[in-house]
Design a protein around this ligand. Structure first.
Ligand code: FES
Length: 288
């Protein structure tokens, strides 16, 4: 009545060979797009950060736009790659490069701050899932055969270091306020007499959207969500935390979308300011 009984081990699914799958869709397209998108951003942001080395050496400033041909009477746009500017050439700079800085060591104002957004994104829960697939194919994608036979996850070195994300989150929140302040400064235009006027320029909108998009990404962070209310057994016992948790959850549901929009826009903001300072495009603005 019944057929021969198979050994239990033979009934388990066999591990597929690397890249083997029964998925009918173009499963490699998303990792490829992620690879190209991240690579483009990393190359551009590294190039933009190193431009500050030449700027400081030549006593010019291509990461800040203050008006046509550098004359007084214009805008006040600082690239987000250089904000906050501790030592540099723009009016935003807190100080000049100190004399004790070794002459053989290249310095750009971007070097002091870019590690914060870079570390925040590198350890982001969404980005981890995306670049593990796109850059080292481990896993290569859902339901696609892997090269490795064991799974160590993020419980051991080196990937256990990703747990540092929550600390980068604290710093990233501070950056939202700093970049919002830069957008506020972008609302003020100085005339030839040195008087400031409230106004709005295309650059103001670019800077404002940059702060907004980065806020949507940062305030949807999984770590922030846990901090706000994820640790609670019952949200009803702490209604304020519960509401904050719900708000963060709203943004968190679109975390991937905000991650990409904010990544693109922060790069675009730097491009826009560089094109203005190079005189390639003109910033249109209106003020009272
Ligand atoms: Fe993506 Fe924190 S999880 S920013």
């Amino acid at each position: 009545m019944y057929g021969p009984i198979m050994p239990y081990a033979d009934t388990l699914p066999k591990q597929r060979s690397f890249g083997a799958t029964t998925r009918p869709d173009v499963w490699w397209l998303q990792p490829l797009a992620v690879f190209l998108g991240f690579s483009a951003f990393i190359i551009y942001s590294t190039w933009a950060a190193f431009q500050g080395v030449a700027d400081l050496h030549n006593h010019v400033c291509h990461y800040w736009y203050g008006g046509e041909h550098g004359e007084q009477g214009g805008a006040n746009y600082l690239s987000p790659f250089y904000s906050p500017e501790f030592w540099g050439n723009s009016p935003h700079a807190i100080g000049k490069l100190p004399a004790w800085w070794p002459s053989w060591a290249p310095f750009s104002p971007a070097f002091l701050i870019l590690w914060v957004p870079a570390g925040f994104r590198f350890t982001c829960y969404y980005y981890r899932g995306a670049y593990y697939k796109a850059f080292w194919a481990d896993p290569i994608n859902c339901a696609v055969g892997e090269a490795r036979k064991t799974y160590l996850g993020e419980r051991y070195l080196p990937l256990i270091i990703q747990n540092i994300h929550r600390y980068f989150m604290y710093l990233a929140v501070v950056f939202i306020f700093l970049l919002s302040y830069d957008a506020w400064l972008g609302l003020w235009f100085t005339d030839v007499a040195g008087k400031q006027h409230l106004g709005v320029g295309v650059g103001t909108l670019v800077l404002t959207l940059n702060a907004v998009f980065l806020a949507m990404y940062t305030f949807g962070c999984h770590s922030l969500r846990h901090l706000a209310g994820g640790y609670l057994d019952s949200k009803s016992k702490a209604p304020t935390c519960g509401k904050a948790y719900n708000c963060i959850t709203c943004l968190n549901q679109r975390h991937m979308m905000w991650a990409w929009i904010s990544l693109f826009w922060v790069g675009f903001t730097d491009v826009y300011i560089r094109l203005c300072t190079a005189g390639i495009i003109q910033d249109y603005h209106w003020h009272f």
